[in-house]
Design a protein around this ligand. Structure first.
Ligand code: SF4
Length: 275
């Protein structure tokens, strides 16, 4: 029995990659490419859209169609592609900066629109590429290069935001759960509406060394201790949930997606039937 490697989507000669030792972006890239292979995605019909920052460099490694866009606008570009060519598999890979900091408004409306994009968000708890500044997902009272005395702000729960904004599929994983992550990405790709897979992966270079996780193994241990399968998480008392987060499929719905609704608009327009 052979296992998917994802290599047929990987540009030859690009390894070793640019990410720091212990960073979870490479694990996420591997899971994404293996999911493509298991779903038999053609390179010609697949578009990966990225933003800016460490995660935004991911498009450099791909043989699929790829579009490297401006900070926070990846979802806006991807929305245009999907609206114009609904048959394409459009995947948007972002960091927390692209998705819920600078791109927060695009994120909310992509969920509300329930447009058939698969968003993979690598949440590293800070702005990694520019030196580890606090972001909207830095945990409260954590230490970053701009919160030396502790972060006084609460963090966004990206999955909860996607759920209330209307996404059809919402899941969470970590680099410590690579095989499970691959399965979640496949389910996200298969859903017709907007899908989110959040990958919680504290940046070892900036966030980890300021928050008692200077080595990769400590970061992975932290993830294993705090990530709880959602079925078990739902059975925990409020006090037992403190500091933990659920992983797995959190939301799976079958609400009409944007392209389905928009095809009805096109049909009405073709018949000359305004309201
Ligand atoms: Fe990963 Fe942080 Fe290094 Fe960026 S700076 S590649 S997020 S470990």
């Amino acid at each position: 029995m052979t296992h998917a490697t994802g290599r047929k989507y990987l540009r030859p000669g690009v390894l070793p990659h640019m990410w720091c030792a212990g960073c979870g972006i490479g694990t996420m890239l591997g899971a994404l490419l293996r999911a493509f292979e298991e779903l038999d995605y053609s390179r010609a019909d697949t578009v990966v859209v990225t933003g800016i920052g460490c995660t935004g460099k991911l498009d450099d490694y791909l043989l699929t169609n790829a579009l490297h866009t401006t900070h926070g606008r990846a979802l806006a570009y991807a929305t245009g592609i999907k609206a114009f060519r609904p048959h394409l598999n459009v995947v948007v890979v972002m960091g927390d900066g692209d998705s819920v900091n600078i791109g927060g408004n695009h994120f909310i409306h992509a969920c509300r629109r329930n447009i058939g994009l698969t968003a993979i968000v690598l949440n590293n708890f800070n702005f990694g590429m520019t030196g580890g500044q606090a972001s909207a997902t830095s945990p409260e009272w954590s230490f970053t290069s701009t919160t030396s005395y502790g972060n006084p702000e609460r963090a966004f729960d990206i999955c909860a935001l996607a759920e209330v904004a209307g996404a059809n599929y919402v899941a969470r994983s970590t680099p410590g759960h690579g095989w499970e992550m691959q399965g979640l990405i496949k389910r996200a790709l298969a859903n017709r509406g907007f899908s989110l897979v959040e990958v919680i992966s504290p940046c070892p270079t900036h966030f980890g060394r300021r928050n008692d996780m200077p080595e990769t193994v400590q970061s992975l241990r932290w993830l294993k201790q705090h990530a709880v399968p959602v079925e078990r998480y739902r059975g925990l008392a409020a006090a037992e949930r403190q500091g933990c987060f659920p992983i797995g499929t959190l939301v799976e719905r079958d609400e009409p997606d944007f392209s389905t609704n928009y095809s009805r608009v096109r049909a009405r327009a073709a018949e000359g039937r305004p309201a």
